[in-house]
Design a protein around this ligand. Structure first.
Ligand code: ZN
Ligand code: ZN
Length: 883
């Protein structure tokens, strides 16, 4: 035990947070061993993107994980919290590109290799920064096992999975419609698109029928794509068009002949009932095109300009081309009308550019066969979402899943492990770089230029980080992991993909529980964002209030699955709580006489009194409840319970109850109080440790040497031998009575210096005994001059009363107030209130005021009036009682 009197006078987290963290690292408390005698408990940290600093969302995410890990560690599990970072392919590439542009460096000019050097520099800087931030938060993760999605082991895992999926026929390369970002010039997956309703137009265009005066009108939101039209489709049952099916149209502007085809997909009721078919620029048209064996004509370049197949529009940007085309159609008299039309437009979530559905040759993962067992795993409870409602989000996504486009036209990321023989065209898919073509023996091989979608590697995170594809001890022992903690916003991107990847590669789900949390909003409920400038930097909060205060605020403000608001007032309250604990602990240590305690330690159980047994029972109960809450992932409720216990029962009640004994002469009683105080404090600190790791450790070291650190202390468990039901009941009687008396005194404005006699009619024998034993508490905490028991026939006339479960309590009025003075005071009060009532009534009876004043003012006035009337009634009541 450290010199216990030596605890610093004031709570100053700066003095110990960093010191303690370094000590934990040095001692290796966060590094578990593979120990078959013990059960493992594993969490893999959602790897933060190396795009920048950690924000409040990370702070929440990691606080929740750390709390779970610290709790399980104290329960005796071999706990592994595996940290790491994500290379965040496109997000990082966009950032670094922008950084370089500021210095006048162009990505294309310096080339792939040189650009990647810059990204690696960036990576080193930001990985280090993220690590430091997590350490400041107190994250008890095992840094010896830290991983990065682009480190050697994970590269190996990525290539291995690619090859395996390819060999199973689950990865293919094909021409399909994908979402294309013309700014970033890469394919995107559905999950990277943000949809927004935008005002647009619907252009109605005439397509003349060949050798006839007839025409068909089609409507489109993207006229520029008409240059790639290969047909117009109508419903086979549509009477308007039946006679035209099979005939030919002249596509305006390019004068190409295109057929009129029949397809059930066309809705007769929608628009004109005729739709243009552009297989290379629309996913639905692509399907129709496949059914009817139509050509695919791509009319756009990768950068969003029109290509040579667009004829005279070649080279124009897609939107300029649109304008030009509309003008030309108008001149030709082929534009029927322009209708205003709101529709959902998809934008790239990283850059905001409107994406272009485009036919493109890309790599895809065939999703249906992978999704099925992943859906089943959640249905049969192998993976449980907390809260359960998020399973629906998951099902909805998985049941409607499209093939996953995994190739990206970027440089930063895992390069696709595919080589093309330049001599015979052979496609070689291999986890190791091949030297020669297995078909023709040529060494003229070229690797695919593209990289993989960033989520391809993070999908493997729960097992790739443990050493897969090698059969490591870690993998065998720590996998499957126990809980995944993450925000609801990445259930599709990440959670779903981890589940099907693990099932496919490992034959097991990657984790048993998914604890879903919401996002941290500002105090007004807005998303924290750069553009609003309302973000709060967790490091600034830590600097000002300490990591414990931040963590406690985040945990107690959070309930699974829901967004939370971040209030500075709540951080202050958390800091005040830390202060309270500090001061209470310091008080206990100051009043701790080691020699005395040692003398009586062995007989502690015999010398304890009711109050001691009550507080021991209560912490025993709280330990059970907190454990139950944690088992159900109710971290916020658990933290709140410890808070309430420490603040109210331990500090406000027990410490006050034992003060007379601490200052008294009865050695045994004094020793019992001191022993109990420290014991309850110790258990309280343990229960609080997962949420406030630093302050609990700092105090723990001063009060016990049970273990060298609280991080490895034993989690308090419910003990039947500490379940003193009778003592709890007794103390409840006393505390309720004291509360009642305090209420009376507060209501009547009685100063503490004015003592009053307390007369009690106990409800039963046990209550009577409790009051007898607790007489001293009434004296100290309820300012009693004396406590007497009376019978029903002895109730005094001029007395105020309160009824509790254990007693009817009476206090003589004359003890509480000076009757004459009180009458004078109340009379004055009455006059004042009457005036206020009159004023408010006058205002409200004035039709001018009621008609012209804003409703808010009128309502306020009404509220005031009601309040004054109520107060007046009470004053009159009190006056009557006195007279
Ligand atoms: Zn983009
Ligand atoms: Zn070859």
């Amino acid at each position: 035990m450290e010199d216990n009197k030596n605890i610093a006078k004031n709570y100053d987290p700066k003095e110990f947070e960093e010191r303690l963290y370094n000590e934990w690292l040095e001692k290796g408390y966060f590094t578990p061993k593979v120990d078959r005698e013990k059960k493992p408990f594993t969490i893999v940290m959602p790897p933060p993107n190396i795009t920048g600093q950690l924000h409040m969302g990370h702070a929440l995410d990691n606080t929740l994980q750390d709390a779970l890990i610290r709790w399980k560690r104290m329960q005796g599990y071999e706990t592994l919290w595996l940290p790491g970072e994500d290379h965040a392919s496109i997000a990082t590439e966009v950032k670094v590109e922008a950084e370089l542009a500021k210095k006048g460096i162009n990505k294309k000019e310096i080339g792939r290799e040189e650009f990647l050097k810059h990204v690696w520099d960036w990576t080193h800087t930001y990985r280090e920064r993220i690590k430091k931030q997590l350490q400041k938060m107190g994250a008890s993760c095992d840094w010896t096992r830290e991983r990065f999605t682009m480190d050697e082991g994970l590269n190996k895992a990525v290539r291995e999975v690619f090859v395996r999926l390819y060999n199973k026929g689950l990865i293919y390369r094909g021409n399909r419609i994908i979402n294309w970002c013309p700014r970033c010039m890469t394919a995107l997956s559905d999950a990277e698109i943000e949809y927004q309703e935008k005002q647009g137009n619907l252009w109605h265009i005439k397509y003349p029928v060949k050798d006839s005066d007839e025409y068909i009108v089609i409507a489109t939101t993207r006229p520029e794509t008409m240059l790639g039209d290969v047909a117009v489709a109508v419903n086979p049952n549509d009477e308007r068009y039946k006679h035209l099916i099979g005939k030919t149209l002249i596509l305006p502007l390019v004068n190409r002949e295109i057929p009129i085809i029949a397809d059930e997909y066309v809705e007769m009721e929608f628009g004109t009932g005729a739709v243009k078919i552009t297989p290379a620029h629309d996913p639905n048209d692509f399907e129709v095109g496949q059914r009817h064996n139509l050509e695919q004509i791509v009319v756009m370049n990768d950068n969003g300009t029109m290509n040579e197949l667009a004829g005279k529009y070649a080279g124009l940007d897609r939107y300029d081309a649109r304008k030009q085309i509309v003008n030309d159609l108008q001149e030709l008299g082929l534009l029927v009308k322009i209708e205003e039309h709101n529709h959902n437009v998809g934008a790239h979530d990283r850059c905001g550019t409107t994406v272009e559905p485009l036919l493109s040759k890309q790599w895809f993962v065939k999703m249906k066969p992978l999704a099925e067992p992943a859906i089943e795993a959640v249905k049969n409870g192998e993976v449980e979402f907390v809260p359960e409602r998020f399973a629906k989000v998951y099902f909805n996504w998985m049941e409607n899943i499209q093939d996953w486009c995994i190739s990206r036209q970027l440089w930063w990321g895992h390069r696709i492990p595919v080589w093309y023989c330049q001599d015979c065209g052979e496609v070689i898919v291999s986890s190791d770089e091949p030297d020669v073509c297995q078909k023709c023996g040529s060494s003229n091989l070229k690797q695919d230029e593209d990289v993989l979608d960033t989520w391809f590697s993070s999908a493997l995170w729960p097992f790739s980080t443990l050493g897969w594809p090698d059969k490591t001890e870690d993998l065998e022992y720590f996998f499957p992991t126990d809980v995944l903690v993450t925000g609801y916003d990445i259930i599709f991107f990440w959670v779903a993909r981890m589940i099907f990847s693990a099932i496919n590669e490992m034959g097991s789900v990657p984790f048993k529980h998914v604890l879903v949390h919401g996002i941290v909003r500002d105090s007004q409920g807005r998303k924290m964002s750069k553009s609003l400038g309302n973000g709060i930097d967790p490091l600034e909060i830590i600097d000002k209030y300490g990591a414990d205060a931040l963590r406690f605020t985040l945990v107690t403000g959070n309930s699974p699955g829901n967004d939370m608001r971040f209030y500075m007032e709540r951080v202050e309250a958390s800091r005040n709580f830390a202060n309270k604990i500090w001061n209470a602990s310091r008080f206990m240590l100051m009043n701790y006489d080691e020699e005395l305690v040692n003398r009586y330690k062995s007989e502690a159980n015999d010398i304890r009194n009711t109050a001691d047994r009550w507080i021991l029972s209560r912490i025993n109960e709280v330990a059970k409840e907190v454990t139950d809450n944690l088992n159900k992932f109710e971290l916020g409720i658990a933290a709140q319970k410890i808070y309430d216990f420490i603040w109210s029962e331990l500090c406000d009640w027990y410490i006050e109850l034992v003060k007379p004994r601490l200052y008294g002469d009865d050695e045994k009683s004094k020793a019992a109080a001191q022993i109990t105080l420290i014991e309850v404090l110790k258990d309280s600190l343990k229960l609080l440790h997962p949420f406030m790791p630093f302050i609990t450790e700092e105090i723990y070291k001063h009060i016990t040497d049970e273990t060298p650190s609280i991080t490895i202390a034993k989690w308090p468990e419910f003990r039947e031998d500490r379940n003193y039901q009778e003592d709890m009941k007794s103390m409840e009687y006393v505390i309720d009575a004291i509360r009642a008396i305090r209420n009376i005194r507060a209501e009547m404005n009685v100063p503490n210096s004015r003592r009053a006699k307390i007369m009690i009619i106990p409800s039963n024998e046990a209550a009577k005994k409790a009051f007898e034993d607790g007489a001293v508490y009434f004296e100290k905490l309820a300012f009693a001059s004396e406590v007497v028991f009376i019978g029903e026939n002895e109730i005094p006339k001029d007395a105020v009363s309160q009824v509790t479960e254990g007693a009817q309590i009476y206090m003589p009025l004359e003890d509480l107030i000076d009757k004459q003075k009180e009458i004078e005071r109340l009379t004055k009060e009455k006059e004042k209130l009457e005036k206020e009532v009159e004023r408010a009534e006058g205002k409200l009876n004035n039709p001018n005021f009621v008609a012209k004043a804003p409703q808010k003012l009128v309502d306020e006035e009404k509220e005031k009036l009601a309040k004054y009337k109520e107060m007046l009634e009470k004053v009159i009541e009190r006056l009557n009682a006195l007279k």
